[in-house]
Design a protein around this ligand. Structure first.
Ligand code: TXA
Ligand code: MG
Length: 327
């Protein structure tokens, strides 16, 4: 629903324990009153999300964080002052009042203030912080349009607010402040370089932790049904002869002929445009019944780090060379 009255209706649904899909600048979220455990449980059911995977609590005002956490370390304050509203999530030690279902029983909570007028109005009108994961079935790609949400979760949610395509297109950057040094848990819409320019060097979690502190850090996540392999960049694809292959290219490519279909993320090679198009492009390819999607790698600078992170997880870390070895 695009009607402005829809926000008031959505807020009413949230206040009465319902669940609403709503746009943010990163991806669409599936929200409920963060203080209503039963409503939050409906999110887990709709997404088939395991209960060990905690949710992000969305606020409309930085001052609201005080009510949710024990204290705000100075580096966390610096980052939120600089990047909120925006694609940054901070993980802090939580206040007792946040229901365990939101935080998966952890002593910590992830909080973000989104930069999208509809999301902010929804939180304000609902008069409560909104717990929301991305509005996709667990493990699948995040939705970047209302249509993506409707296709996959349409019959599970009480209402979908349509704010058009999400301008950033990859999820928020998650930084935790539980140790002495801040730690990047998930690269996202705010680049590592931007973060380090404000608070200096941060720790970076390795991609394959034994027990990931954020399931979004699982090696296979954000994945389409079609297998993806990385690192094409002109390599020989003879091994896949006779297969229907799609190419996910970063910028304009002359290699259309070899492929059943080609998605170009940004004709002019603009990294922001590429990020905004990423999930939509993979979804379109996923609908074509291809045998395989090969994805070009890009330099891990700026938003390139978040894009490569999602591609690696979508591929389960399969590179063309490693998939050759396993045959
Ligand atoms: O851009 C975004 O962050 C979007 C929009 C809707 O805000 N949300 C989003 O939520 O991507 P979700 O649930 O799909 O991903 C949140 C990630 C998960 O990997 C979760 O494990 C992690 O955040 N997370 C949540 N609370 C945490 C906590 N207390 N400690 C560590 N990781 C946490
Ligand atoms: Mg998600």
């Amino acid at each position: 629903m695009r009607d402005p009255r829809a926000i008031l209706q959505a807020a009413k649904i949230i206040r009465h324990g319902g669940i609403v899909a709503f746009p943010t600048e990163t991806v669409y979220g599936l929200g409920a009153d963060a203080f209503n455990p039963l409503a939050v449980a409906r999110i887990f059911e709709a997404k088939r999300r395991p209960y060990f995977d905690p949710l992000i609590v969305h606020v409309a005002n930085p001052a609201d964080v005080k009510k949710l956490v024990e204290e705000i370390p100075s580096n966390a304050k610096k980052l939120t002052e600089r990047f909120w509203p925006g694609p940054l999530t901070v993980v802090l030690f939580k206040e007792e009042n946040i229901p365990d279902i939101v935080t998966a029983g952890l002593p910590t909570v992830a909080i973000r203030m989104p930069n999208h007028p509809m999301a902010l109005s929804l939180i304000i009108e609902s008069k409560c912080p909104i717990a929301a994961p991305s509005a996709n079935p667990f493990g699948y790609l995040s939705p970047t349009t209302a249509e993506h949400v409707r296709e996959q979760l349409g019959d599970q949610v009480d209402l979908i607010l349509d704010g058009g395509p999400c301008p950033v297109g990859v999820e928020s950057t998650i930084v935790s402040f539980l140790e002495e040094k801040p730690r990047l848990l998930r690269p996202g819409g705010v680049s590592l370089e931007e973060i380090e320019s404000i608070i200096g060097k941060v720790k970076i979690s390795p991609i394959e932790e034994e027990r990931p502190s954020a399931p979004g850090m699982l090696p296979k996540h954000y994945a389409p049904r079609t297998p993806i392999v990385l690192d094409w960049n002109g390599k020989n694809l003879d091994i896949y002869k006779g297969k229907k292959i799609g190419l996910l290219a970063f910028q304009e490519t002359k290699n259309h002929l070899k492929f059943h279909s080609v998605e170009v993320l940004s004709k002019k090679g603009d990294i922001r445009e590429a990020a905004a198009n990423l999930f939509g492009a993979i979804r379109r390819m996923d609908a074509l019944n291809l045998d395989l999607i090969v994805a070009e790698t890009i330099p891990e600078i700026g938003l390139g780090r978040a894009i490569m992170d999602r591609l690696r997880r979508a591929s389960g870390n399969q590179f063309i060379d490693s998939s050759l070895r396993s045959e």
